[in-house]
Design a protein around this ligand. Sequence first.
Ligand SMILES: C[S@@+](CC[C@H](N)C(=O)[O-])C[C@H]1O[C@@H](n2cnc3c(N)ncnc32)[C@H](O)[C@@H]1O
Length: 265
Amino acid sequence: MFDGVEADGWTDGAAYDAGMGRWSRAVAETFLVWLNRRPGLTWLDIGCGTGALTGAVLDRTRPERVLAIDPSSAFLAHARARLADPRILFQAGEMEEIPAPDAAFDAVVSGLALNFLDRPRFAMPELRRVAKPGGVVAAYVWDYGGRMEPLRKFWEAAAELETDSFDFDETRRFADCDPEHLSDLFEGAGFDSVETKAIDLPLAFDDFEACWRAVATGCGPAPSYAATLDDSTRDALKRAYRQAICPHGGTVRATARAWAVRAVT
Ligand SMILES: C[S@@+](CC[C@H](N)C(=O)[O-])C[C@H]1O[C@@H](n2cnc3c(N)ncnc32)[C@H](O)[C@@H]1O
C-alpha cells in the first residue's frame, strides 16, 4: 500500500511539536468526538509520537489507563516529560509487533502514523489482536494528495524545482491515504461495518513566514527534504511555495484534512 524512506527524521520531539505537530492535537480532539467512547476505558495509542492523541485521550475521555507506543526514543522522551500521569505508560515498540497481550484494550487508536509503515496491511492483525471483543480500532492519516493543503502545495512547489524530491514526496508516497484505501485496509483485516470520515481543520498563519516555519522546519519528511537543499535551492523552494500558498501576501489560510477510519471488533 504505502512505501517508506528512512529519512522521516522522528528525532526531535520539540521540533515536531513546534511544526506539524501543532495540528496533531486539534485533529486528535475531533477524532475522539467522532469515536464517542465512554469514560473508564483502556486505550492503546500506537505510533503515539510526542503524545498528541494520548494527551487528548487523557483530557477528553477520562480513561482507566493508556498504553502509548512508538519506535522513536526521542519522541517518547519528549512525550514522557510533557505528559506525566500515572494512567499513561509510554513504551518503545512498533505497530507490526505490538508489545501487549491479546484482547487488552477497549480502544486501539493511531494518529497520523499508519502511512509511515512499510506495509500497514501486516500491522492490521496486530491492531485486531490487542483489541477486546466489541472494542473499537480506529486511525487517521493526512489527506496528503488532496486537502492537506499546506503539505500538498509544498510538494507541488518542490516538484517544480530540479531537485530530487521523489523519495521524500508525501503526495507520492502516501497516495493511498484516502477513504477507499483505508476501508479496504480495514475490511481486508476482517473488520465489518467500517466507517470513514473527513476531519477538516481550518488553518490560519499570520504571514507566509509562519506557514513556512510550520511546514518546512522542525521534523518530518518536508523538513528532512528541505534540509538536503543548498541555500539557493531552498530559497527557490520557498519562493515557489509562497507563490503556491500565499500569492498575494498577508494571512495564509488553508485547510488541513485528515481521513479517519473506525471499526468495531
Ligand atoms: C507524523 S508522526 C505522528 C505522531 C503522533 N501520533 C501525532 O499524532 O502527532 C508519525 C509517527 O509514527 C511513528 N512510526 C513510524 N513507524 C512506526 C511503526 N512501524 N510503528 C509504530 N509507529 C511508527 C513515528 O515514530 C512517529 O512518531
